[in-house]
Write a protein that binds this ligand. Structure first.
Ligand code: NAD
Ligand code: ZN
Ligand code: ZN
Length: 336
């Protein structure tokens, strides 16, 4: 099978022929139809984060395809069924986090396209218990971005506890942000979208954003404060400074939800105003299997739109450059 492989961190991916993977106990083999390019895959291939993946590995955690082979003991999935394989590739199911509905915090978790080979390939293995059945009506090319960009922003808005009278700032209208705008609208909030390109701001408007903030020409914090301050700001921009700016745009009692993971990102939080304003700064990592099931249901019900453009896997390195340069409308999906 063909796969795009990270052989050396920081170097372009290499298209390779590899043996077809054989599912072990509890695993399935998926023949991929569509696979999204999340900015996390770029961080992975570049080795941007303190915990680095070990090359060679296949990136990709928005893979959607058809179950082709079942490993020993897999009884709840069948050959021919469509599944999605998200970032949470496996969790222990026994620790305090797994048992309390926070499997995404499991310390033993394995991550697709990071510590396990991912979806930039014609085939991949997945643990059956963590492969998400895709509802019949969903187009695999739309299901792919929902598998990370969708579930992550859906969860971030849940964590923020956003309600109908809230002002929510979405900082960064990329792959994640274009869905975040929609989930915030579904929650009934007034949405302020912040980005640094005209195309992304136009897309945010098309998807229902009420206030558009161009961070190149305006101070987002000031604009948000003119509207009373945001109840929640969801930080999705791969830009360290944008976190502090989003924080400064909060009203008293506001919540900064940190989602983007810029390399070596840090934020200085002023103690005095955080205490007196009762501000929360919260990290949010992907979402659970149940969150993803809800994301798929919402999409099947026609409540969300996935904006994507399809590309062949062979063009993976050009696609990565396009994402880095902010030239992609929302999400690139590799069609296998
Ligand atoms: P993307 O490249 O598609 O989108 C980033 C967006 O931020 C772009 O629209 C870009 O124009 C915009 N931007 C850049 N600088 C900005 C600024 N100063 N102010 C406002 N907007 C700005 O990336 P993506 O795939 O949406 O991923 C975003 C980040 O989220 C990445 O760091 C990724 O690793 C991370 N991520 C985190 C999780 C999680 O669970 N926490 C899950 C998936 C992705
Ligand atoms: Zn666990
Ligand atoms: Zn992702």
């Amino acid at each position: 099978m063909k796969a795009a492989v990270a052989r050396t961190l920081g170097e372009p991916l290499v298209i390779e022929q590899r043996p077809d993977p054989q599912p072990g106990p509890g695993q399935i083999r998926v023949r991929l139809e569509a696979s999204g390019l999340c900015h996390t895959d770029i961080h992975a291939a570049h080795g941007d984060w303190p915990v680095k993946p070990t090359p060679p590995f296949v990136p990709g955690h928005e893979g959607v395809g058809i179950v082709e082979a079942l490993g020993y003991g897999v009884t709840h999935l069948s050959v021919g069924q469509r599944v999605a394989v998200p970032w949470l590739g496996w969790a222990c199911g026994r620790c305090e986090h797994c048992l309390s509905g926070w499997e995404t915090l499991c310390e033993k978790q394995r991550n697709t396209g990071y510590s396990m080979d991912g979806g930039y390939a014609e085939m991949m293995l997945a643990y059956a218990d963590f492969a998400q059945p895709v509802p019949e009506r969903l187009d695999p090319r739309e299901a792919a971005p929902l598998t990370c960009a969708g579930v992550t922003t859906y969860k971030a808005l849940k964590v923020a506890g956003v309600g109908p009278s809230d002002l929510v700032a979405i900082s960064g209208v990329g792959g994640l942000g274009h869905l975040a705008v929609q989930y915030a609208k579904i929650a009934g909030a007034t949405v302020a979208a912040i980005d640094v390109t005209d195309e992304k701001l136009a897309l945010a408007a098309e998807l229902g954003a009420d206030i558009l903030i161009d961070a190149r020409t305006e101070d987002p914090a000031e604009v948000l404060q003119r509207h009373g301050g945001a109840h929640a700001a969801i930080a999705l921009a791969v830009d360290e400074e944008s976190f502090a700016i989003a924080y400064a745009g909060l009203r008293r009692g506001g919540k900064l939800i940190m989602v983007a993971l810029p390399a070596e990102g840090t934020i200085q939080v002023p103690v005095f105003s955080t205490v007196l304003s009762g501000t929360s700064v919260i990290g949010s990592i992907v979402g659970t299997r149940q969150d993803l099931a809800e994301v798929f249901q919402l999409h099947a019900a026609g409540r969300t739109r996935v904006i994507y453009e399809t590309r062949p896997l062979d063009s993976v390195n050009t696609c990565i450059d396009e994402v880095m340069n902010g030239q992609v409308k929302a999400r690139i999906v590799f069609e296998m």
